[in-house]
Design a protein around this ligand. Sequence first.
Ligand code: THG
Length: 662
Amino acid sequence: MNRMINIKEILKTRVLVLDGAMGTMIQEYNLQESDFRTNRFANITANQQGNNDLLSVTQSAIIQAIHEKYLEVGSDIIETNTFNANRISMADYEMEGLVYEMNYESAKIARKAADKYSAKTPNKPRFVAGSIGPTNKAASMSSDVNNPGYRAASYDDFFEAYQEQIEGLIAGGVDLLLIETVFDTLNAKAALFAANEAMKKLGKQVLVMVSGTITDQSGRTLSGQTPEAFLSSLSHVDLLSIGFNCALGAEQMKPYIKELSEKSRFNVSAYPNAGLPNEFGEYDESPHEMGLQIKQILDDQTVNIIGGCCGTTPAHIEHFVGLAEKANARKIPSLATETVLSGLEALRINAENNFINIGERTNVAGSRKFARLIREKKYEEALSIARQQVENGAQVIDINLDDAMLDAKSEMQTFLNLLVSEPDIARVPVMIDSSDFEVIETGLKCLQGKAIVNSISLKEGEEAFRQHAEKVKNYGAAVVVMAFEEQGQAVTFEDKIRISERAYRILVDEIKFNPADIIFDVNILTIATGMSEHDNYAVDFIQAVKWIKENLPYVKTSGGISNLSFAFRGNNMVREAMHSVFLFHAIKAGLDMGIVNAGMLQVYDDIEPNLRELATNVILNKEKDAADKLIDYAQQVKNEDASDVQKIAEWRTDSLEERLVY
Ligand code: THG
């Protein structure tokens, strides 16, 4: 515990230096197959040369000597020799069975080395970070070009592999965990969840650092995320630091580090490779050359932790230590508590942004066409509905596959795995809509971005609510909380705000859920049904939204807009007008987002004035017979529509020439 508080305090005062590459140093020892495997592993069939992580078990003296070289030149933090020590990567070496021991022994070696130097320089304590690499597989990308929905390993595979690795690291005595070289954020999210489980199981807390890698000039991760989307996807955990490593060298990394520096509430780290790779794929920037770039990053004051990745040696690190000693640490900016969601790109939801449209059409209960396509397994066409929503302005897409005729869990997985392979759709965040929490969990295991869970509620009591909320938090999603409780659905203003406040207190006070990640939906119910007890539903909703935004800090509000007008099914003109009038008032009251038919929203000022007034009277419950008047109007429009249809039918009977004229 002491060392944990210590490193946070030290980071406020100076830039800490990570060590350099382990692999580059191991190469210098020219180790042969027999050095790697020793007698202990004589019977393993797979070749072990190159299995560097095995050396912590078979050549511990060499690994310790390398750690000490970096400590000798002034590294504050050294990384354990465990970058590939997980059962997914170790399968290549048939060494899955050795994973725990590799991590445990590696941590012990690094611990011993760090403690030795902490004793030598008591005013400069040294720390051990457990290195957790990305594995050789991707959780959100297909490794089969002909099958975009295929995944070589599942979220659960990653979760289990990481938990095993992390338990070894923690038991071996690391101070920190460093989830590094992240190229697919879903892998990293599984590692974060696993870290939480491992700490709980072992009853020991360690701090967590994350470092991604941007390997192409487009400025995106391999899985397609922008730096801001990457940051948003991993900010649900209180990280010690976030940053970038490896990749194309310090110069290329600079702008991405700057962006993190501006947007991150965590410390920022950078440990690039020694320049661009040469023709042999090696990195050979000298300490001096690389130091020029590192000095610029330090001068910009955009980092709190600096170091080196591939190709960097103790000579590089020695140079960086000298630079870091003279540098001022980045000051963490005071950032407003904001809601930031993501797909491949980030979506900020704040007072300056307009209302957020959530596309409703990828819902088997809300679109007959989508339901049919899913039932017939026409996924390409089903995806085109999602694409159309995004093209029509949806900034989030709601996906619901709950249907008695469907296996919703498997459909959710299939559909999302396909969807995330389409960059024009996957750029927006996903809202996973299901009344079955298992379906929601299945969905969360497919999405690297920061998604929205739709929804949880107090319907089944506080215990289930807590359990669901805790899980959503660990998966790193935002959550829609519906105004339901044990006794049923909130209909009145009083019930809506009472239940919302009750949920808020549990989420924020007990579960420590980020309030900016809570979205209250206090039930948009159908009005103008002919039943007078429904007349005030819209007013109750709008007033409850206003109260929530004034009384429950940082939360957002949402609702399913099309529910409002179910009484006018089949009459899109009236429905659209009702939605626009409703939104006009609800947004003024503070409604942040809504599930809508994107592209089918009328501009308020363009609604035919008579219709607009009738709709307003119904929505704001202004007069007793407002609904009747709107129903009369709708009937009249319908009849006109019908006569239009008649006209259209008539012209079809005309001659070709006349038809063309028409
Ligand atoms: N709150 C939250 N989630 C929700 C809702 C909500 N999810 C579902 C629903 N309500 C929002 N989604 C829709 C989607 C479609 C329609 C209504 C709400 C709709 N569909 C046409 C109809 O039924 O007439 C179907 C048209 C067609 O088949 O093409 O109106 O309130 N959190």
